[in-house]
Design a protein around this ligand. Sequence first.
Ligand SMILES: Nc1nc2c(ncn2[C@@H]2O[C@H](COP(=O)(O)OP(=O)(O)O)[C@@H](O)[C@H]2O)c(=O)[nH]1
Ligand SMILES: [Mg+2]
Length: 271
Amino acid sequence: MAALSIAPLLPFLPPPVVSLIKFVDGVVPFPEFSLHLILTLLALLLLSRLPSLLLSRPSPSSYAPGSAAVPAASRTTVLLLGPPSSGKTLLLHSLLSPSPAPPTLTTMSPTTRALPFGNGALITDHPGHPRLSSSVPRHLAACRLLIFTLPSNLPSALPAAARILYDALASPPFRGVEAALVLCTFAHAPLAKTPARLRTALNVELERLRKTDLTLQETGDGAPEREAVRIGGRAMDVERDAGVEVTFVAGDLKGDGKGKVEAWIRGKLAE
Ligand SMILES: Nc1nc2c(ncn2[C@@H]2O[C@H](COP(=O)(O)OP(=O)(O)O)[C@@H](O)[C@H]2O)c(=O)[nH]1
Ligand SMILES: [Mg+2]
């Protein structure tokens, strides 16, 4: 009788449980027994799933790739991205101290410090090595202002630079970034290109990466946590298509670079 009263539930139960109920119904003369059995089995099933259900809930302090977990208003970090040897660490030290010791070692892990201005704003120097690129989305999730260092005198660094910038733009937490500055470092070096020429060259590389990304997304081979930058039928222009204000500025970090960056950060944090 009890087995009959749970009959409507049978289609929703896992097949082994259904078989067990039918078997017990056939051999046990007390129908209530099968009802108790099914309730016990369901309770056991729920208990066994409980740890994974609890663990998969996003905690407010952790960033799960694929979501812009940190709302824009609570972001406090200035993030430095750029290819290796483009001046990120020199810029970090310059902003922290009036007479910085020049960086001597390649940075191999992200460094976060408090800025001496900007009401408690933090600054993170994220190394440009491809092996560390997986932690960029986590840092973007806390990023309010992005500074991208691009060497003005090294055309061979453009593909690597474009890769880092494109991956950042295609990463969902980039949507909470307020503004980006592309600092064209080594601006006083021989053969240094102007920001306008660097922007054109960078756009060519970005468009190439965007086309590849679109193809991968369309064939279902793209990484699920990425979003190809979609801009319609035109070629990509980072200033127009990034979704945030992007400014290109020439600045030599052994000259006027630090002052220009500091003025930009102060202006943005005061807005
Ligand atoms: N002249 C000049 N040297 C720079 C500039 N930016 C960085 N450097 C030097 O280039 C080297 C690499 O800089 P670093 O900050 O370590 O690059 P990172 O790999 O991006 O952190 C260091 O010796 C810096 O002193 C710049 O704008 N002008
Ligand atoms: Mg460095």
